[in-house]
Every structure is written in C-alpha cells, then in structure tokens.
Design a protein around this ligand. Structure first.
Ligand SMILES: [Mn+2]
Length: 496
C-alpha cells in the first residue's frame, strides 16, 4: 500500500484525507472495508475491541481503538466524506449517528439498524441511508429467485428449440414495430444456435411496415421479413408469436391456431388462449419484448450479433418511448447491456431516417394545395398509400408563417384520414373536431388541444368510384362545419 501512504501531489494538507470511516469492525464492517479496499480508497476503521484493531493493522489497514459513542473521539478525526456506522449495538449506532451529524453535517452517514424500530430512529436522527441486514438479505433472496425463474425460462426455450427440426415460423404482430421485429430476430438467432442450424426460421408478418422510421429499420438492418401467406403458413412445422398476447390478438390468426411459443409483454388479463403453447413467457411488467429476448441471450451466454443487438436496443427504446414509458430497471439494465454491442452509426441513421419518396410527395402536395384562412390552414393531399405521411405533413405545415392551425386530409384505400395540429391556445382542436364530425357514420375522431385525428372508413361509400370525388364529397361538409364552429367564413381566403 505504498502509494496510499503518500500525499497526493495536489493535496497540500499535511494529513492525508480520510475518505471513509467505518465505526464498528464486526463482520459487516470488515466486509465493507474489503469492498472499499478493492477500489483502493482511503479508509479508517474505529473499533473499541483492541484485538480486532491489532489484526487490522497487521493486515496494513488504517485502524484505531476508540469508543464510537465518545463525542471527543469523532471531533479528533478529520471530516470524512462518508461514515459507515455498523456495530451490533443499536444504542451505540444511534449515538454515533447523532454525534457525526452534529460534528460533520456534510458527511453522508450510512447506518446499520438492528430491528425495524431502530431503523426508524436512525432515520429520525439524520442517517442518510439505513441498512437493515435481514431485509437486505430477504430482498436479495427474492431477486435471486426472480433471476432463477428467468434463467430457467431461457433454458427451457433453448432445449425446446434444440429438439426441433424443420421450419419455425416467427410471427410478429400486425403492422410490426421495432420491438416485434427485433424480438423475432433474436428468437431466430436463439433457434439457430439451439438447433445447430437444423431448425430453419422465417420471420412473418401481416399488415404493413408503415412508418418510414420502421422501414428504415428493416432496410438498414437487412432484416428478411416475409408477408404471411397460407402457402408459407403450411410450410411451417412450428409457430411462434412475439409481442402478441395470443393468436387472434393484434394478428389475423384464428384463435385456435396451433402456436408453440408465445413471448410477450402485454397484459394477458381476460385473455383465454384456446390452445396452451408449449412455451409461454408473458411479462406485463416489462417495457418491451426485446427486453425479455435480451435477457434470454444473456442467460444463455449466446454471442449477440451486431445487427441483432442494434435492433433489440432500438426495439426497447421505441417501445418505452425513449426510455420514458413503462420502463423497469430490468429494461434499463438490458439496454445498457446491449449498447456496447450495437452499431452506433447505424443506430444514428435509423433514428434520423431520410424521407421516403412518397412522404416527400405528400409534403409537397400539402404545400401546393394549401388554403389558409385567418391562420387556419387546410390542405388536401389526395390519394396516399401511406397514411403516416398525413400527420407528418400537418406537423410540417404548422411551421409555416402565419399558420396557427393546420388540417391535412387525404384518402387511402380504406379510409379518409385527417390530421390536425394546433398552436392557438384559445382553440381545443380535439373538441372542435369531435363536434364537426359528429354526424358522419362510422367516423372516429379524437384528440387533444394541440393535435387531433379523424378517420372515416370507406365501406359506407363503396358505390362512389372516383376517390378524389369521394374525398371532397365527404370532407367538404365537415370542413364547412369546422369553419362555422371556429367562426371563419368559407368564401374569403388569405393571400398565400
Ligand atoms: Mn412491444
């Protein structure tokens, strides 16, 4: 310990600074000392027991004999950053906490309680942290149990997959998002490694990969996904569902579809699964299925491919709204585990995807077709394939000078869609929308003061062939209603 005997070059004090003191060097005190010494910290131990102090000194620890309840003793030692009060005598611990807090109010005091009552007393007398060892052990036991259950699940999944040959179809939910897609990738990786390649995997989906950020995710990570068709379905010997609670829930499978594996984090309350899967891991308290998959990969000590790590990290991030929603410590731990394994530059590109050609076209139409009246912008973007482009156009058009409320509408194969954005604090756009669209059959409108959306299914208007004509037929009376409600005339327009 030669170096810790010296004075740090920048330290002009004659006495070296004691960072930590430990009062009471029984078994807990000694273990804390050992932990601190691992970081090579400057620690002083004080105990009333001469024999213990001698032993510590023999092992080249800084130690002194003293009674921790003696006020003159504490004031003799230099002010420590942290004091551990760890004796097995509860009255002595309480007295020491009081003396320490009086002499050195800045020192952080961590104290040992002998029972729940003394724990409360220690807090009342200023201890910053109180440890009740029995409770610490109990908590740790339960933690271990949870980890054991998780690792048993991982083992069970692994051995199940290792017994299979043929093809495993991994089905994500409808309109898959990064959580579902990355979970499917991870399951495919586990299956390949468990079966030694004897089990082929296919990642399957229904619906669309709508948002351009999700499309960028799939393209940049070169994820092979196939649309689920009856032909593909019939080639699968086994089926897994990821990020879905049951067949028929957020997927178009029949409720009695023979699913072998379900891994999910949605609430299963009130769900009846017609056939029980061989493997079921349903954890509603976890923020993302990708988080569960990451835990499996860790438990199984499987190497994580860069693309899979990048996908899973992005999946956790997306499902927890950038680590802000439904996040558990386990999710944060898993994300932190993945981060060094990810491809950072790829992550950056996915998070800032360039606009697709169609989105650019929709934004362009939104600008060209705008009609601004007293701060209200209306824009018809016509037929769109990707409805996500409409709210993006509304977002952008709200930035135009003089515009306080932007309403963009268009028609897809199945719906008429309108998005509203508002920065006029006098207007609650969600409420006005609801009122304006109240008469339309099948319409669903909703929103907040600053943003709102409307969707009208087209099945009620199937006789009209021309989409553009249909759009104006439906939307014109609605917009008149809206203008009447907010008090602007339809005839006049601003210059733009
Ligand atoms: Mn999810």
């Amino acid at each position: 310990m030669a170096e810790s005997d010296g004075v740090l070059p920048t330290n002009n004090q004659t006495h070296k600074k004691i960072k930590y003191i430990i009062l009471g060097s029984g078994s807990i005190g000694y273990n804390v000392l050992e932990e601190l010494k691992e970081n090579d910290e400057n620690v002083l131990v004080i105990d009333i027991n001469e024999k213990r102090i001698e032993d510590l000194r023999d092992h080249r620890h800084q130690a002194m004999i003293g009674d921790m309840t003696d006020p003159t003793l504490i004031t003799k030692i230099p002010e420590p950053e942290v004091a551990f009060v760890l004796s097995a005598d509860k009255d002595a611990n309480l007295a020491a906490v009081q003396i320490l807090k009086k002499a050195y109010p800045q020192t952080h005091v961590i104290a040992r309680a002998l029972d729940p009552f003394s724990a409360d007393q220690l807090v009342d007398h200023g201890a910053d942290v109180v440890l009740y060892p029995q409770q610490v052990v109990a908590k740790s036991a339960v933690n271990h149990m949870n980890n054991l259950v998780a690792s048993r699940n991982a083992q069970k999944l692994f051995s199940l997959l290792s017994s299979w040959t043929g093809t495993l179809g991994i089905i994500t939910h409808k309109n898959p998002d990064p959580d579902a897609i990355s979970s499917a990738m991870a399951l495919a990786a586990i299956a390949t490694s468990a079966s030694g390649g004897k089990l082929a995997t296919r990642i399957l989906y229904e619906g669309n990969i709508g948002h351009q950020e999700n499309r960028a995710f799939v393209n940049l990570l070169e994820i092979k996904m196939e649309r689920l068709t009856p032909e593909i379905f019939s080639t699968c010997n086994y089926l897994a569902l990821v990020d879905c609670v049951a067949p028929g829930m957020n997927n178009d499978l029949p409720p009695d579809a023979p699913i072998n594996i379900i891994i999910d984090h949605h609430s299963a309350e009130g769900i009846t699964r017609v056939k029980k899967p061989e493997f079921l891991d349903s954890r509603p308290n976890v923020g993302a299925t990708a988080s569960i998959m990451t835990q499996y990969l860790q438990e199984l000590y499987l190497p994580i491919d860069k693309k899979v790590a990048t996908a899973l990290f992005y999946g956790i991030r997306a499902d927890t709204k950038e680590f802000q929603r439904n996040i558990s410590p386990q999710d944060l731990y898993n994300a932190a585990y993945l981060l060094p394994l990810t491809d950072r530059s790829l992550l950056e590109v996915i998070m800032a995807p360039s606009l697709s050609q169609e989105t650019l076209d929709v934004l362009g139409n939104g600008i060209v077709n705008r009609d601004v009246r007293h701060g209200y912008l209306f824009s018809n973007v016509g037929y769109v394939r990707n409805r996500d482009a409409i709210p993006q156009a509304a977002d952008m058009l709200l930035n135009l000078e003089g515009v306080t409320t932007a309403m963009v509408y268009g028609i897809t194969d199945t719906n008429i869609t309108l998005s509203a954005r508002n920065k006029d604090i006098r207007l609650h756009v969600g409420d006005v929308m609801k009122e304006a669209f109240a008469d339309i059959p099948g319409a669903s409108a909703g929103g907040h003061a600053t943003m709102a959306a409307l969707s009208i299914p087209l099945n009620a208007f199937s006789l009209v062939k021309d989409k553009e004509e249909l759009l104006s037929m439906v939307i014109d009376p609605v917009l008149s209603n809206f203008m009447r409600l907010v008090g602007i005339s339809e005839v006049e327009g601003d210059e733009n």
